[in-house]
Design a protein around this ligand. Sequence first.
Ligand code: AMP
Ligand code: MG
Length: 414
Amino acid sequence: MADGCACDRHAHMYLTVDDALRRGLSIAAPLTDRETLPLTQAIGRVLAEDCTSKVEMPAFDNSAMDGYAVRTIDLIDGPLFELPVAGRIAAGDSAEHDAPAGSALRIFTGAPVPTDFDAVVIQEDCDVTLDGIRFSRLPKAGQHIRLAGEDLRAGAPILRRGCEIGPREVAALASAGYGEVAVYRKLKVTIFSTGSELRQPGEALGPGQIYNSNRYMLLALLQKPWIELTDSGPVKDDPDVLEQVLREACESSDLIVTTGGVSVGDEDHMPRLIAEIGGQTDVMKVAMKPGKPIMFGRYGRALYVGLPGNPVSAYVTWQIIGSQMMARRAGLQYNPQVTVQAVLAEPLRRRAGRQEYRPVQIEGTTPDGRPKLRLMAPSYSGRVALLAQAEGLAIIPAEVEELPEGHVLDLLPV
Ligand code: AMP
Ligand code: MG
């Protein structure tokens, strides 16, 4: 839906959140440069190759339990079976043995099962006698034996490129025999916050000045093993200074994230500056609350994301749109935004039109286990302390004006 505003030479439109995200993603070209790292150094990085297992998993037939390996062919005279114990195999031992026919082997979890043994009787089912072991239940062939390749055959796929190498992924790579792995190079990200009113926390505030919170929020949001972060600090609303910082950032970055100055006020210089240095921009009014003005752009290989100055707006637009663009630029293929279903603990009334991300607190759960939501203040785009007290963002669809208590909404964890 266009708002028909001709007050600026940039296109101003109210886009749905989905359309804005689609546009953002369409200009976020994934990194292709890779490097090969030892597995320990690849933790937290983005995998750049499809990985298949280098080994059979398990690599050899092994015991799933502590007990005794037997040959079922020996077990004919029930109901009690008695076998001498002719050897012992623990995890890490070889499967070699000289147990004669009609004997058992003491065996432990993870120990290789010799090929001529075909079942394990768990120790809880055995009485230990002076001569060996005695048990009454006839084991089935194959019982408690994990067969080589049963979990995964050598060459079977384990991970696709584009995943973040977290604890589960690195464990899978290790078990599949990867001593080193190809990852995308780190994404070079530069941040700066615009605004002549900004002071560092710890400094005294003069008239009209406020503390810079967005800088710290971005530093925290961008603390990731796959990011190489440059903090260009706060920058005054002075076009010459802004232009210089922007030019430098464009030279050295894959992604630039700024806050403030993306609206249409006289001190909102970013859209014009990106255009002036030769980049392409797309300033958008997105039908979202909080948020609204967000700017995407490109200059050379640098992708630019301009977030609104209001801290809660900056947070939400980053989480919903900016972070998705960054993930794509960094080579991540899987970055699902997981929401949970939650229930309103009170009725809701508001002005329809924009998809809203309302800070909420969780007040217990419904009998079927869904969180019950208490709505926080309806006006909050600058109230970052309130955001810190929130336990989630309730997603209110654009067309909604009123909802009764008990209505089900999607909740985005914060
Ligand atoms: P702007 O988008 O630059 O017009 O800023 C919108 C509002 O957010 C103004 O009230 C700014 O003072 C405030 N603001 C901008 N940048 C920051 C920041 N880094 N930290 C806290 N507040 C900010
Ligand atoms: Mg400003």
